[in-house]
Design a protein. Structure first.
Length: 159
């Protein structure tokens, strides 16, 4: 069977310090591999000037040969995605834009460090639900805003 690729990792980090606010890996990686992925993302963010880049201006790069990654700054955070196969730079860029909208819809405000660092963790929980609705086990699942919003609330799409 032919491998069509998948999303391997999603990371949300702050623009200024590069502190990881949320990360989700869809493959089994060792802690050393995860650190290598984070370092590649951070290096790309610094090289592209993501800290001072306007919102929505994406940058991309290669990782370990056949995999690629994309970063998109939104407010005071940077969204990163690592993919391979049909999840090339264009697909990952679109995916990150959909994720930014889905997180904003689920949490009631656009992604920011304040959302992820709020007391009680409600922002992280809603963001995680939205991310899991959009990306299921490394494959793009739902991009319809209403379906993502309902899924993040625990409702079926037909309700």
């Amino acid at each position: 069977m032919e491998d069509f690729g998948r999303v391997h990792a999603l990371v949300i980090a702050t623009k200024a310090e590069g502190a990881v606010l949320y990360e989700r890996y869809y493959d089994r990686y060792s802690e050393l591999d995860k650190a290598e992925i984070r370092a590649a993302f951070q290096q790309a963010a610094e090289a592209s000037g993501a800290a001072s880049a306007p919102d929505g201006q994406d940058a991309c790069g290669a990782f370990r040969g056949s995999a690629c990654f994309v970063l998109v700054p939104v407010n005071d955070v940077v969204l990163f995605a690592l993919g391979s196969g049909e999840y090339d730079e264009m697909a990952l860029s679109g995916l990150l834009r959909v994720l930014a909208l889905a997180i904003g819809d689920a949490a009631g405000r656009p992604p920011s460090s304040a959302l992820f660092l709020a007391k009680g963790g409600a922002g992280v929980a809603r963001a995680a639900l939205a991310i899991d609705e959009v990306v299921d086990e490394g494959l793009l699942d739902a991009v319809d805003r209403d379906a993502v919003r309902k899924g993040a609330k625990g409702k079926a799409p037909w309700e």
